[in-house]
Design a protein around this ligand. Structure first.
Ligand SMILES: [Zn+2]
Length: 254
């Protein structure tokens, strides 16, 4: 995909004539324990999006900071309020829609962004502005996570995320800190008491900021995750590309 921010306005005008879909990566700048960089989520989302090679789509610049206040006790974490993030991403989508590209995939790398992105997508669709579903890189692994790590779903700074960073930005994994990351990790996200989720901030249940087992990561697992994610994103963009915008808008009242 062509990168919007590297083109001129005249070049983009020509590109938009043949362009059906825009891809907008969204990430986070937040603690990922002592072994992974703060930008893990934005690096993963952007790398996966850049891995899709299509002529019918354009790649928008990555939105780096997301909904991360639950990591605020750890140095370096940046965050936006969910309402701010929802509005900002929605305004980016609305602006590309105003140029005629009304189908947008929000290629997300951070679980904490998902609720706000869902609200944004529903609102813009209801208003007839754009069709902008969120897609998160680990959301369509089809069992690959269980095959690679004997567990499904993603933790935080865990084997899955560490493997992904090993593939997309290997120099940024602090190998010597992986043992410390794992020693202070929680097994899973938050704490449940009689069925109520009572863990709100990561600092309440994880000493290192990590959940999961980062020492089980590998570059080979990262390559397979990356390839699965780029294949799925490519297929999603293709699906959207083939559909007229009118086929994606709400049904009329019965
Ligand atoms: Zn992450």
């Amino acid at each position: 995909m062509r990168l919007l921010h590297e083109l001129t306005t005249t070049e983009v005008g020509d590109l938009f004539d043949d362009c059906e879909v825009a891809v907008l990566p969204t990430g986070a700048v937040e603690q990922h324990g002592p072994a992974l960089p703060l930008g893990t989520d934005l690096l993963a989302a952007e790398a996966v999006a850049r891995g899709v090679d299509r002529d019918d789509a354009v790649l928008l610049p990555t939105v780096p900071v997301g909904v991360s206040a639950h990591h605020r006790q750890f140095d370096g974490t940046l965050w936006a309020e969910p309402e701010t993030f929802e509005a900002y991403v929605g305004e980016i989508v609305a602006s590309v829609a105003a140029h005629g590209v009304r189908k947008v995939v929000v290629a997300n790398g951070h679980g904490g962004n998902r609720d706000a992105l869902s609200r944004m997508a529903r609102r813009l669709r209801d208003d007839g502005v754009a069709f902008a579903p969120q897609w998160t890189w680990w959301s369509s692994l089809d069992g690959l996570d269980e095959e690679l790590f004997d567990r499904s779903g993603i933790g935080h700074g865990d084997a899955m995320e560490t493997s992904m960073v090993r593939h997309v930005a290997a120099d940024l994994v602090r190998e010597a800190a992986l043992d410390d990351a794992e020693a202070g990790a929680a097994d899973s996200w938050g704490e449940s008491v009689h069925g109520a989720s009572v863990g709100f901030d990561t600092a309440e249940f994880s000493a290192s900021g990590v959940t999961g087992a980062p020492t089980e990561a590998s570059a080979e697992a990262g390559r397979r995750l990356y390839e699965r994610a780029t294949d799925e994103l490519d297929a999603l963009v293709g699906w959207l590309s083939e559909r007229p915008f009118d086929a994606l808008t709400p049904e009329p009242h019965r």
